[in-house]
Design a protein around this ligand. Structure first.
Ligand code: ATP
Ligand code: MG
Ligand code: FE
Length: 337
């Protein structure tokens, strides 16, 4: 089964051809980061316009690289939420147009379920059930993947997403957008024990997260240094912030694995490429006898191969969408149109 995946939920225009959910024949990504970093973050109107400019070319390249034509494609998997509505609409309209013109079935796909499915691409032996820590730019969830396409959310952030916290802290110390990879790099030069930033634990909700406190603590630390005329050590801030976030992510994931009897852990979303998080999880999983899976960095951030992978399992479960498929900006995990 060959799936053409299409992704346009945020600031990456992407298309990919994936065989049987796991074998990537092509994975084309046109990132708009250089445009948006001028503004310190994603500007929705610019994102939509850029998707329109790029999408045909990106799909053509993905088809060419995979050496396939539309006659070879069994289904089109397209992200229809969550994300920016104008950005999502570009991919959804394109997928519907191709489906209408060629008769290829349409499978609307959940962006975050795509991030989870990125784990299937390089870990051929990974099958549900497993526990997945989703840490992306807009979402932080602990979910149990019960079967392909069946999710139970057991924890979520109460405020900022993990990636959002990385981006905000990066901005505060002048690193620019997107901040995650820059904090990750700078943290290597700093001391993670230099500043004791808070680790948030929520009374009565052991698997929920909160990152606004650690973000505020970083801002307070910077203000304090400036008021006292102490030089701000950006590398120590990056390292200490990262360590605080990683500590919480690792300890809650371990507690959830124990509570739900899970032996396999997967990481998903852009922050899953964070070196501190990978190292922390590796140590903890080894200690607790758990197996750990995570995608290569290129499959952690937004791409269409992960969408094609998720769409494959949806397709096998019988999901088909009509030309009334619409973009749903706040689509929930497990929700279907
Ligand atoms: P969502 O998937 O929730 O809609 P998104 O698509 O914008 O949001 P992703 O593509 O999953 O998010 O990831 C982007 C996020 O990952 C950004 O917040 C970015 O800073 C963060 N990120 C990327 N690389 C790293 C890294 N090495 N360390 C920490 N954070 C990172
Ligand atoms: Mg992005
Ligand atoms: Fe994403």
């Amino acid at each position: 089964i060959l799936i053409l995946g299409i992704e346009s939920s945020c600031d990456e225009t992407a298309a990919a051809v994936v065989k049987n959910g796991r074998e990537v024949l092509s994975n084309v990504i046109s990132s708009q980061i250089d445009l948006h970093k001028l503004y310190g973050g994603v500007v929705p109107e610019i994102a939509s316009r850029k998707h329109i400019e790029k999408i045909n070319q990106v799909i053509e390249e993905a088809m060419e690289e995979a050496k396939v034509t539309f006659e070879d494609i069994d289904a089109i998997g397209v992200t229809y939420g969550p994300g920016l509505v104008g950005a999502l609409l570009v991919g959804v309209a394109e997928a519907k147009a191709i489906s209408y013109a060629t008769g290829i079935p349409l499978v609307g796909t959940h962006h975050i379920e795509g991030h989870v499915s990125a784990n299937y691409i390089e870990n051929k032996e990974l099958e549900p059930p497993f526990l997945c820590l989703i840490v992306s730019g807009g979402h932080t969830h602990l979910v149990i993947v019960k079967e392909y396409g069946k999710y139970e959310i057991i924890g979520r952030t109460r405020d900022d997403a993990a990636g959002e916290a990385f981006d905000k802290v990066a901005r505060a110390i002048g690193l620019g957008y997107p901040g995650g990879p820059k904090i990750d790099a700078l943290a290597k030069e700093g001391d993670g024990k230099a500043i004791a930033f808070p680790r948030a634990h929520i009374e009565g909700a052991p698997f929920d997260f909160s990152f606004s406190g650690v973000k505020s603590a970083v801002l307070n630390h910077i203000n304090h240094c400036e008021m006292k005329g102490i030089e701000v050590n950006r590398a120590d801030i990056a390292a200490s912030f990262q360590e605080a976030v990683v500590d919480v992510l690792v300890s809650k994931t371990m507690a959830a694995a124990k509570e739900y009897g899970m032996t396999k852990i997967a990481l998903a979303g852009g922050v899953a490429s964070n070196k501190g998080l990978r190292r922390g999880m590796e140590l903890a999983c080894k200690k607790h006898g758990l197996s750990l899976f995570y995608p290569s960095p290129i499959y952690c951030t937004d791409n269409a191969a992960m969408i094609a992978s998720a769409a494959y399992y949806e397709y096998k479960n019988g999901t088909r969408h009509g030309l009334d498929l619409n973009a749903i900006p706040n689509l929930k995990i497990g929700q279907r149109q």
